[in-house]
Structure formats: structure tokens, C-alpha cells
Design a protein around this ligand. Structure first.
Ligand SMILES: NC(=O)c1ccc[n+]([C@@H]2O[C@H](COP(=O)([O-])OP(=O)(O)OC[C@H]3O[C@@H](n4cnc5c(N)ncnc54)[C@H](OP(=O)(O)O)[C@@H]3O)[C@@H](O)[C@H]2O)c1
Length: 281
């Protein structure tokens, strides 16, 4: 990946860190986006040491805040002239209902609205690549996901997993519309399930019972972060997928998405509602 420029969101920890490491080892100029400067600096130093690639740097953004996403997009546009690969990896779980500063439920704000806005703002730079790629880290949780537009802004029987599943379904629906829109350009868009991966995602800000459940769940059936990053690295770099777009991957193979994820009308409705809520916030 020499001469390629890659951005990995949430690259300071977990699957994102390992994805950035794998990509940096392939020689790409690699940027991570982190919400915390101290964590970002430490991750960049560690990435440089582990990859022996010095072309690694960071940007700061909080994906739950549209203002922050707009600011980082501006900084990226000032610094870079082209983006070859954008890996939308940052994501989280929220144990209880809360609204973002834009009036959106935090899970959908962070996991869907943030990457939706960032990707659209960075498209002019991705279009400058001879072979642009957008990789959206979804989850097999999307199979249980449903879209309830009212829940984007109102509390309606909030449950942590329901909100997470909805946001991960939104990642697959976003992928399908964006891939369609970019068909005439040299940009592919794919989504993926990384596996059940031993990261701290279920332990951040969650109550003890969720932390315990997440530790047991990943201890019994989880894979390492190195293995969890493989599908993201594959989609970001492999020649095998350079012309593949609009697909959902699991273990580096195309897999059928859920029936709802294939619903073109729902995908278009989600796109329109996301744009409407971004404009009105
Ligand atoms: N682990 C799994 O089994 C699994 C399974 C399926 C899908 N996934 C997906 O994989 C992706 C990575 O998750 P992970 O397991 O590697 O979790 P993780 O270790 O918690 O890493 C998540 C990354 O996203 C960042 N992030 C979270 N909220 C953010 C925000 N508001 N603004 C900016 N950055 C934010 C985190 O930053 P901080 O370090 O500051 O928290 C971290 O860098 C997520 O999209 C997740 O939904 C994970």
C-alpha cells in the first residue's frame, strides 16, 4: 500500500488499532482518528514502533458531535489532498438513553450519523484516489436490527442491544446506498462483521453486569484483535476486492445481509432521514 493514504477512525484502540497497524505495515501513510489527544499520541507512537512505518499521524474528533466531525473534516482537507481508503471503525455501546448535543440518541449519533457525515464530507478527497475504498465496520448484530426512526430522537423503551443492533443495521443500509451512488466513480463501499472480538467495547461506561457479560462472552467465544482486524485490512488493501462494492463481508468472504439490510426503500428512507436530521440540528 505504498503511496496510499488511509484513515482509520477509532484507531487508538481495539480492532481499529490493529487495522491501522496492519495497514501501516503494508506501507501506507496512515492516520487514525481518536476522540482523545493523549490516547491518540500514545497509539501513534506505538504504531510507529510496531510497524516501523513513520508515516503515521492522528486527527481528533468525537463522532457523537456533528460539530466535531465537521471540524475534523476541515482539518483533514487542509492537510491531505487525497484519501485512498477510509475505514469507518469507531463505535460504541450506550447502556442507557442519552441525547447527543445534536439531539440524537447517542448510539445512532456515534455509530451512524458520525460516519455518515464524515464520509460525505470527505468524498471529494476520496474521489481524487485512482481506486478509492470506503470500509464500514458493522456487525452481525445487524441481523437482529430494526430501524425505528422515532427512536433516533425520542426515548422509546430504550435497550442497549436494540440501539446497537439498529446502528449496525444502519451501517449496512448506508453502505448499500453509498455504493449505488458511487458506482460511476472509482470508489468501492463495503461493510463487514469483524467477528466477536476481545476488545473493551462492552466495558466502557457500562454497568457491572454488562461488563461481566461482555468478559464472559468474549472469553468463551471471542477472537483476538489481530484476527478481528483481518476483514477490515482485507477490504482496505486486497486486490481481490478492488472491484467489489455494496457487499457485506464476514471472515473476508461475502455474506448475505439481513432481509432488512437488503430493503432498498428502507435504505433510501434512512439516507433521507439522516440528511434531514443533520440539516435540522
Ligand atoms: N468487539 C467486537 O466483538 C465487535 C463485534 C462487531 C462489531 N464491532 C465493531 O467494531 C468497531 C470497533 O469496536 P472495538 O470492539 O474495537 O471497540 P473498542 O476497542 O472500544 O474501540 C472502539 C474505538 O472507537 C472509538 N470511539 C468510540 N466512541 C467514539 C466517539 N464518540 N468518538 C470518537 N471515537 C469513538 C474508541 O475510542 P476510545 O478508545 O476513546 O473509547 C475506540 O478507538 C465498532 O464499530 C464496533 O461496533 C465490534
Amino acid at each position: 500500500m505504498k503511496n496510499k493514504t488511509v484513515i482509520v477512525t477509532g484507531g487508538n484502540a481495539g480492532i481499529g488499532y490493529e487495522t491501522a497497524l496492519g495497514i501501516a505495515k503494508l506501507g501506507a501513510t496512515t492516520y487514525i482518528i481518536s476522540r482523545d489527544e493523549t490516547k491518540a499520541k500514545a497509539a501513534v507512537e506505538q504504531l510507529k514502533a510496531e510497524s516501523h512505518n513513520l508515516a503515521i499521524d492522528y486527527f481528533i474528533a468525537d463522532f457523537s458531535s456533528q460539530k466535531s466531525v465537521r471540524q475534523v473534516a476541515e482539518r483533514i482537507k487542509q492537510k491531505l489532498t487525497v484519501i485512498d481508503v477510509l475505514v469507518n471503525n469507531a463505535g460504541g455501546v450506550y447502556p442507557s438513553f442519552a441525547l447527543s448535543e445534536d439531539g440524537l440518541e447517542m448510539t445512532i449519533a456515534t455509530n451512524h450519523f458520525g460516519p455518515f457525515l464524515l464520509t460525505n464530507l470527505l468524498l471529494p478527497l476520496i474521489e481524487k484516489s485512482s481506486e478509492g475504498r470506503i470500509v464500514n465496520v458493522s456487525s452481525r448484530s445487524h441481523y437482529r436490527g430494526k430501524i425505528d426512526f422515532e427512536s433516533f430522537t425520542k426515548e422509546k423503551g430504550y435497550f442497549v442491544m436494540k440501539a446497537y443492533e439498529q446502528s449496525k443495521l444502519a451501517n449496512v443500509l448506508f453502505t448499500s446506498v453509498l455504493a449505488e451512488r458511487l458506482k460511476s466513480k472509482n470508489i468501492t463501499v463495503n461493510s463487514l462483521h469483524p467477528g466477536v472480538v476481545k476488545t473493551d467495547i462492552g466495558k466502557k461506561g457500562t454497568p457491572a453486569y454488562i461488563r461481566w457479560f461482555w468478559s464472559m462472552f468474549t472469553f468463551l467465544g471471542g477472537i483476538s484483535v489481530e484476527d478481528g482486524a483481518k476483514t477490515s485490512i482485507y477490504l482496505a488493501s486486497s486486490n481481490e476486492v478492488k472491484n467489489v462494492t455494496g457487499k457485506y463481508f464476514d471472515l473476508c468472504k461475502v455474506k448475505e445481509e439481513s432481509a432488512l439490510a437488503k430493503d432498498k426503500n428502507l435504505a433510501k428512507q434512512l439516507w433521507a432521514e439522516t440528511e434531514r436530521l443533520i440539516q435540522s440540528s
